[in-house]
Design a protein around this ligand. Structure first.
Ligand code: NAP
Ligand code: G4F
Length: 348
């Protein structure tokens, strides 16, 4: 009997929230996974440390490669060496507020970085299938709620403008070079591995630290914006499903439900028997020059084409994050009691 060749995937952003869940998912499907990582002064690979295998062991299925989206020659060389069947492009400066502070860097990385990767893919003999991490931020000041694939983009941050550029470059490479390239227009997705400066994780970290007496207040920006929050573990499956379709396409991935930041606070603190109003302070430092009031997606196309629906509800998501961060806060407290320094989140 002929043995089936193991599929090979290349991931940018493997050290990020989505990259870690996607790497886990692909390894569970017996893929060989190659991930792009940047050189940091500290490791920076905590989210995938549990997947790491010693490269000297036989049958290693996860390999990490140094590189950067701002170095096109390195991307080209890596892809030539790896010859992947599927490329998942998740790497980005992904923080909207930071994109107002570092607009050139953000556009360089998220916009031109995508083009560099697409060019590297185009240069391969056997073109791999390509996934682009597009964002609901592209809808911005959208003319309709919910937003679907046909809704016009009205980006309102440097991050969103860069993502619109990357979206259209992906469509362009699909149309011009017959590349199997798909955009996942993902609405906000969170998890216990979410970066600590995004609002959900900022809240779950602070609420649990407050509960254990490690912190007194939580300083936030605008509490009224509504977001369509899902669980990152559910969303990475949709990325993979897109690349298993015969034809490439663009898909909204969302829960179809939106909640405001205030509601997230109410539920998160409530799970700890606390009233968020006693602890949350609005600090204009965290306001953005332009805000998106409501993001809410309609993922019907993904449901109809390949049966994707979210599994984790809003309440289950908040509970999962609170439970995980409570454990983290307990460990932090033990370390503090043993004389080790604590960490402080002063990020945006
Ligand atoms: P994340 O946790 O911020 O991870 C971003 C990843 O990109 C990290 O691995 C980071 O590496 C890497 N990266 C940043 N700059 C890079 C550069 N110059 N070269 C190479 N790699 C670089 O983001 P995420 O939440 O997993 O999101 C994944 C992707 O989906 C991003 O493109 C994001 O814009 C997009 N997206 C996210 C959401 C969401 O709600 N999470 C929704 C829509 C779209 P380091 O670890 O070295 O910093
Ligand atoms: O958690 P956020 O920073 O996420 P945002 O801006 O919606 O962007 C995330 O989702 C996008 C998909 O729609 C991704 F493309 C993007 O990469 C990222 O993953 O902010 C959510 C809301 C905003 O309205 C913000 O103004 O929360 C509000 N907020 C209020 N106080 C805050 C804070 N956001 C942050 N980060 N920090 C605050 O203190």
């Amino acid at each position: 009997m002929l043995e089936q060749k193991r599929k090979r995937a290349f991931l940018t952003g493997i050290s990020g929230q989505d990259g870690s869940y996607l790497a886990e998912f692909l390894l569970s499907k017996d893929y060989e996974v190659h991930g792009l990582i940047r050189k940091h002064s500290i490791f920076g690979t905590e989210r995938i440390a549990h997947l790491y295998q010693d490269p000297h062991e036989p049958d290693v299925r996860l390999s990490l490669h140094y590189g950067d989206l701002n170095d096109g020659s390195n991307l080209t060389a890596l892809l030539k060496e790896i010859q992947p069947d599927e490329v998942y492009h998740l790497g980005a400066q992904s923080h909207v507020k930071v994109s107002f502070l570092n607009p050139i860097y953000t556009v360089e990385t998220d916009g031109l970085g995508t083009l560099r990767l697409l060019e590297a893919v185009r240069g391969l003999g056997n073109q791999p299938r390509y996934y682009q991490a597009s964002s609901s931020e592209m809808y911005g000041l959208a003319a309709e709620v919910p937003q679907r694939e046909s809704t016009s983009f009205h980006p309102c941050s440097p991050y969103a403008c860069a993502k619109v550029f990357a979206f259209w470059q992906t469509v362009n490479y699909r149309e011009a070079y017959a590349l199997h390239a798909s955009n996942g227009i993902m609405f906000n997705h969170e998890s216990p591995r979410r970066g600590e400066t995004f609002v959900t994780r900022k809240i779950s970290r602070a609420a649990t630290r407050i509960k254990l007496g490690l912190q007194e207040r939580l300083y936030l920006g605008n509490l009224e914006p509504q977001r369509d929050w899902g669980f990152a573990g559910d969303y990475v499956e949709a990325m993979w499903l897109m690349l298993q379709q015969d034809e490439p396409d663009d898909y909204v991935i969302a829960t179809g439900e939106s909640h405001c930041v205030r509601e997230f606070c109410e539920l998160a603190f409530g799970l700890l028997d606390l009233d968020y109003k006693d602890f949350v302070v609005v600090d204009p430092r965290y306001f953005r020059p332009l805000e998106i009031d409501v993001l809410q997606g309609d993922a019907s196309r993904a449901r109809i084409k390949f049966g994707w629906t979210p599994k984790v509800s809003f309440k289950e998501l908040v509970t999962m994050m609170i439970e995980s961060d409570l454990e983290l806060a307990k460990r932090e407290k033990l370390l503090l009691e043993a004389g080790y320094a604590s960490t402080v989140n002063s990020g945006y």
